[in-house]
Design a protein around this ligand. Sequence first.
Ligand code: GAR
Length: 189
Amino acid sequence: MKKIALLASGTGSNAKKIIEYFKGSEIISVACLLSNKSSAKALEMATSFNIPTHIISKEELGNPGQTILYLKSMSVDLIVLAGYLKKIPQDLVEVYPNKIINIHPALLPKFGGKGMYGMHVHKAVVEQGESESGMTIHYVNAKYDDGAIIFQAKCPVQPSDTAVQVAANVLRLEHKHYAPVVEQILIDK
Ligand code: GAR
């Protein structure tokens, strides 16, 4: 059985889709969900599926020894960021080379980097008059939104679209594609 760790900071709707997708799978399972925010809805959601959770303390954000011990104890093969908004420390990247992936709600390399998350991204897309947006799944390194791109999907942006509408269209793409892409990565590993 290949094992996934999910990392989420907020609602966790992508994390939920992934949990539902692999429920009942005989080859891939979601081993745990980690969050840097003790109030994240994603934690409650994971618990409701009987998935163990771990809160990444402020101290662990800079010094991930405890996080690494936890992930090792869960025999994790792939770390999947799903709305996780903190930087991944270099030490963690080194322990899991090419085994950490992220989803970003725009067509990287556009609209990425520090401060570019959630609605900030969609507002910038609308303000700059983009004719399309979308989502990117990429490997994680110690810089924000910088690792090799694995998969992208696009949606049109109409001149009349608000940032809220763009966000909904992009989230729909994320929900459709993230779990199957995770599955393919694990099958290929
Ligand atoms: C998703 O749209 C994800 O792409 C984005 O946060 C949202 C989380 O939604 N991530 C980033 O902006 C990372 N830079 P969710 O908690 O409902 O899955």
